[in-house]
Design a protein around this ligand. Structure first.
Ligand code: TMP
Length: 240
């Protein structure tokens, strides 16, 4: 039957990685590339522009101010929101994103390219204990599984350099010591999750063209049905 409610005719491709790893650049390049191949594409990202996403953006840019009193112990390091509350907000934002954007687009046959998805929650909200992963996967268990997640494994030094070169401000998590833990968490999460779903790891350290050519290779291999008439899709200096 045509237009069955749960029929997934498009694709859902996710980019993951540390801040500065190249996810924005590579998702845009992939979107432009697939559009040139005449595919309908939607580039989207999390946190979203939806109601929960807006709160998260305020939090990430340090504009959600906590107006409480310091504790009796004089602890000035009070959290604005606990890690668990933040994780729940990201999960709620994601469900809203799926309901209002991702699923309808996939059902319309669109290739949805999403920058960050539940691996971001696992890596950024896991903290120092991998035991938290179980709860994080539970609160995200109603989220649809991507057809492919591409993890850009870019060295922390390169990420830090790119971020500090491109921007004068840094978001909540964009501190080298926090990102060091997040990088370890990503490694753990990717190794764990790739047994359960399609995940590809791409070295994000080389220049954007080299990285992109690797990504095209991967997309071709995963989705051969998308390129029935076009076996040679690479640019001049494609890598094998
Ligand atoms: P970005 O828009 O520059 O990628 O920044 C989004 C920030 O939000 C980034 O530091 C990662 C963080 N984040 C989480 O901590 N958990 C999540 O679930 C998502 C989607 C993002």
């Amino acid at each position: 039957m045509k237009n069955k409610k749960n029929e997934r005719r498009g694709k859902f491709i996710v980019f993951e990685g540390l801040d500065g790893s190249g996810t924005t650049t590579q998702s845009k390049l992939l979107g432009q590339y697939l559009e040139k191949q005449n595919w309908p594409v939607l580039n989207t990202s999390e946190p979203t522009q939806g109601p929960m996403g807006l709160i998260l953006r305020l939090l990430l840019t340090n504009r959600l101010i906590f107006n409480g009193r310091p504790s009796e112990q004089g602890n000035q390091e009070l959290e604005i929101l606990s890690n668990s509350s933040i994780a729940l907000l990201f999960a709620a934002d994601r469900l809203d994103h799926i309901q209002h954007t991702i699923l309808p687009k996939i059902q319309d046959g669109v290739i949805v390219i999403c920058e960050r998805y539940y691996f971001s929650s696992y890596a950024y909200q896991m903290g120092k204990s991998s035991k938290n992963l179980k709860w994080l996967t539970t609160i995200n268990s109603r989220c649809i599984q991507p057809d492919l997640t591409i993890y850009l494994n870019t060295s922390l030094a390169v990420c830090n350099k790119r971020r500090f070169t491109n921007r004068w401000y840094q978001d909540l998590y964009e501190k080298p010591e926090i990102l060091e833990q997040v990088a370890k968490n990503y490694d753990y999460v990717v190794q764990n999750m790739k047994k359960k779903m399609p995940v590809e790891i791409v070295d994000g350290t080389p220049n954007e063209k080299v990285v992109f050519e690797k990504i095209i290779h991967i997309i071709q291999n995963h989705f051969p049905e998308m390129f029935p008439n076009n076996p040679t899709l690479f640019t001049d200096n494609a890598q094998s």
